[in-house]
Design a protein around this ligand. Structure first.
Ligand code: ATP
Ligand code: MG
Length: 325
């Protein structure tokens, strides 16, 4: 055991499109240490969901992994056969999506669905049903036992997300991937779900990959954070380090845009000027350079190195001085 539940190395993938290949992830290296919650943050289109789907091996048919390895449980998920991967999915690695209906079947009761996902377990049907009710109770479902016979549409959005989380956790996965699970919820529900995930992590002694474009949510729940920009990891490190000493201009800009830091008097949120680059033609130099307010000539010409900032904090930027720690 190397202390990492998930160990992604040099992962690159592209999507085939009629306009040519889209290089959506490029040389991603990141890990989820055992028992930790790691956040992945980045604007829309930065590749967060693609990364999650790559781990689950649920990528759409036009995706091709061109390099890398996804280490999990001592092996490489990319080399597992489909049957082995199916056995792992929902069992040792579970995923919850922004839209809970993605993981819920609209025509089956939630009890049936929660029993179904335990099909590999040897417990009796009654025992599986008891386990399902316990999981629902754990996520704050009142009167859990009697809710089992209801269908997903009979619950509110917040409750459906709790059900999706309960379903993901029935099997006590080693890794839970949560992709924007609070994005569709109001702030009160978001806070409740975040609190719940934090408790559940302790309960099941698992690890969580928490994907969000909301830095406030990331700060609330994560031990570490990976900042993704246009398919590249531009900065990563312990959460306190990243928030107190962000080194990459993109991370700084994201923090400046965090609604929690913006005066409540203004409702207009600042946005980072410019657009996420076209990933069909990835230029030389730094991927953020066209939008960077502090770029120098070198930034357009040369790929920046990953600079070690100490304490497990790394930033990919020419402007971070060498030997910072
Ligand atoms: N099936 C596909 N075919 C072609 N391009 C795709 C496909 N899926 C995703 N992409 C592209 O890959 C990039 C990353 O998309 P992805 O959905 O992973 O971003 P994201 O960070 O999850 O964004 P969001 O915050 O909006 O969920 C985008 O440029 C997107 O257009
Ligand atoms: Mg997404």
């Amino acid at each position: 055991m190397n202390g990492k539940v998930l160990d992604i190395r040099d992962l690159s993938l592209r999507f085939a499109t009629s306009a040519g290949p889209v290089h959506a992830l490029r040389n991603i290296t990141m890990a989820v240490p055992s028992g930790e919650i790691v956040g992945v943050v980045g604007e829309s289109g930065s590749g967060k969901s693609t990364l999650a789907l790559a781990v689950m091996r649920l990528l759409p048919g036009n995706a091709t992994v061109t390099s890398g390895a996804i280490g999990f449980g001592g092996g490489d998920l990319l080399t597992l056969d489909e049957e082995a991967m199916r056995a792992l999915r929902g069992n040792r690695i579970a995923m919850v999506f922004q839209d809970p209906m993605t993981s819920l079947n609209p025509v089956r009761s939630i009890g049936q669905q929660m029993v179904d996902i335990q099909h590999r377990g040897r417990a009796s049907p009654a025992e599986k049903r008891r386990k399902a009710a316990a999981a629902l109770k754990r996520v704050g479902m009142p009167d859990a036992e009697s809710q089992l016979d209801r269908h997903p549409f009979q619950f509110s959005g917040g409750m459906r997300q709790r059900i999706a989380i309960a379903m993901a956790l029935v099997q006590r996965p080693e890794l839970l991937i949560a992709d924007e699970v609070t994005t569709a919820l109001d702030v009160t529900l978001e806070a409740q779900i975040i609190h719940l995930l934090r408790e559940l992590r302790a309960d099941i002694d698992g690890s969580i990959l928490f994907i969000s474009h909301n830095l406030g949510a990331i700060a609330e729940i994560c031990d570490r954070v990976v900042v993704l920009y246009a398919g590249e990891v531009v900065e990563h490190g312990p959460i306190a380090e990243i928030f107190s000493h962000p080194q990459h201009p993109y991370t700084r800009a994201l923090i400046a845009c965090d609604p929690a830091r913006i005066s409540t008097a203004t409702r207009e949120l600042p946005v980072i000027p410019g657009d996420v680059p076209n990933l069909r033609h990835v230029a030389d130099g730094c991927i953020f350079q066209p939008r960077c307010s502090v770029a120098i000539a070198k930034c357009a010409a040369e790929r920046p190195p990953d600079r070690d900032c100490g304490a497990g904090h790394v930033a990919r930027c020419h402007l971070v001085p060498e030997g910072l720690p």
